[in-house]
Design a protein around this ligand. Structure first.
Ligand code: 5GP
Ligand code: MG
Ligand code: MG
Length: 179
């Protein structure tokens, strides 16, 4: 375990099993159709790359980069689109892939932003969900894990852009971000 991590919340094995289950569920739900996976960078990168390999219907992928957080561990509440989709989504099945839904502000902004372009369907898949921190109601269609109100890193999620490469979801030692 990494020296800055206090506790492994979700192990590699648990992530693998959950991602497989989600991929099978998504494949069943969209059977006979095509699906566009929209990954929200950078946090959803590992999740999306593993998830797409568990989906056995025709998929396309695209990415958005948004910023809502500064360097700290709480949201600024303001969402900015730093990179938009490369292609149009009108008439397509879109599945947003998120690393974590926390306050819900990012997702709320993104679903409205994309719904404006008239996709055939728009759903949300998140690896992690912290419902206790929600500030705005947002629908989540596919949920990996419900987690407690702890700041987590690993498997794509960062603190100050580090720890994304940890293969598990871990809780940072408080002394790392309480300075
Ligand atoms: P929301 O807009 O729902 O508050 O936050 C969404 C974004 O905040 C996530 O995509 C993620 O980048 C960041 N975030 C929220 N909670 C955590 C956390 O526990 N750990 C990390 N590393 N990022 C988080
Ligand atoms: Mg995210
Ligand atoms: Mg981050």
């Amino acid at each position: 375990m990494h020296q800055d991590v206090a506790e492994i919340l979700i192990s590699e094995e648990e992530i693998r099993a959950k991602v497989k289950e989600l991929g099978q569920q998504i494949s069943r739900d969209y059977a006979g159709q095509e699906l566009l996976l929209v990954g929200i960078l950078r946090g959803a990168m590992l999740f999306m790359s593993d998830l797409m390999r568990e989906i056995d219907i025709p998929v396309n992928i695209d990415f958005m980069v948004v910023s809502s957080y500064g360097a700290g561990t709480t949201t600024s509440g303001e969402v900015r689109v730093l990179k938009d989709l490369d292609r149009g989504i009108e008439g397509r099945n879109v599945l947003l892939i998120e690393d974590i839904v926390d306050t819900g502000l990012t997702l709320n902004y993104l679903t409205k932003y994309l719904a404006n372009r008239h996709p055939k369907s728009l759903k949300v898949c998140t690896l992690l969900n912290k419902p206790s921190r929600r500030r705005i109601e947002v629908p989540v269609d596919y949920n990996g894990f419900i987690i407690p109100d702890k700041f987590v890193v690993g498997y794509g999620l960062d603190y100050n852009e580090f720890y994304r490469n940890l293969p598990y979801i871990g809780v940072l030692k408080p002394e790392i971000y309480q300075v």
